[in-house]
Ligand binder design. Structure first.
Ligand code: PGA
Length: 250
């Protein structure tokens, strides 16, 4: 499976700075070893899509950071799948910042995953436990419960098109790194869950990513865990040197 590295720029970089970052990444990433997905804010999507379109589509792609669960209607301030489709191939869904700050429930996230499917956008479904849940020994249970709901609207065929990112909430933006052994344990549990829920064939098609305080120095240790096939990078994706390095790791 081809490695995937996703840069989640969050609510950073206006159009000018976003363009500069893409230019720098293009120049510095001469030997990419992964598919690279850039996720700017909504306003920058059109512009970044125009720039990325000029690059090798086997390597570069654009993703959104959020999607509304409805296709159209009176939902002030929201953006739907059909609106995003011309600009993106991927969309992050269920990021912990959306769960925490915007009250997204597992039920809403399931609908967002389904709305990605309707629009033929690949959902990058984020799951992960918080510190309390980890300390109480509930990490796996929390993540599996999230899947039970978040994937509930998909057929097996649709599920095989999802990308999954395991992001322990306590490791996001904190500089507090998860141990590679913990990542390996969780990704293996997710893989087993997918085999049981769907089939070995389906599970083998679903990329399993890790995210949480990944940088140029620790990325390789996560990529070396099994069955990790990529990374979701926040803070370090804003720094072209760090992100280029991650995208070119052997
Ligand atoms: P971080 O963010 O790399 O800054 O921890 C990861 C994410 O939010 O996806």
């Amino acid at each position: 499976m081809k490695r995937i590295i996703i840069g989640n720029w969050k609510m950073n970089l206006d159009n000018r700075l976003a363009e500069v970052l893409v230019d720098r990444l293009r120049i510095h990433t001469t030997e990419p070893t992964a598919k690279i997905v850039l996720c700017p804010n909504f306003v920058a999507l059109s512009l970044i899509n125009l720039k990325v379109k000029k690059l090798d589509p086997k390597i570069w792609a654009v993703g959104a950071q959020n999607i509304n669960e409805n296709d159209e209607g009176a939902y002030t301030g929201e953006v739907s799948g059909p609106m995003l489709k011309p600009f993106v191939k991927y969309c992050i869904v269920g990021h912990s910042e959306r769960r925490i700050h915007f009250g997204e429930t597992d039920e809403v996230i399931a609908k967002k995953v389904a709305s990605c499917m309707r629009a033929k956008i690949i959902p990058v479904l984020c799951v992960g436990e918080n510190l309390r849940q980890r300390n109480e020994g509930l990490a796996k249970r929390t993540v599996m419960d999230q899947f039970e709901e978040n994937l509930s609207e998909l057929t097996m065929k649709e599920a095989s098109k999802v990308v999954i990112a395991y992001e322990p909430v306590w490791a996001i933006g904190t500089g507090q790194n998860a141990l590679p052994s913990d990542v390996e344990e969780m990704l293996s549990a997710i893989y087993q869950y997918l085999i049981t829920k769907y089939s070995a064939e389906t599970a083998a098609k679903i990329p399993l990513l890790y995210g949480g305080s990944v940088n140029g120095d620790n990325a390789k240790t996560y990529l070396d865990t099994q069955p990790c096939s990529g990374l979701l990078v926040g803070g370090a994706s804003l720094n072209y040197k760090e992100f280029s390095k991650i995208c070119q790791l052997p």
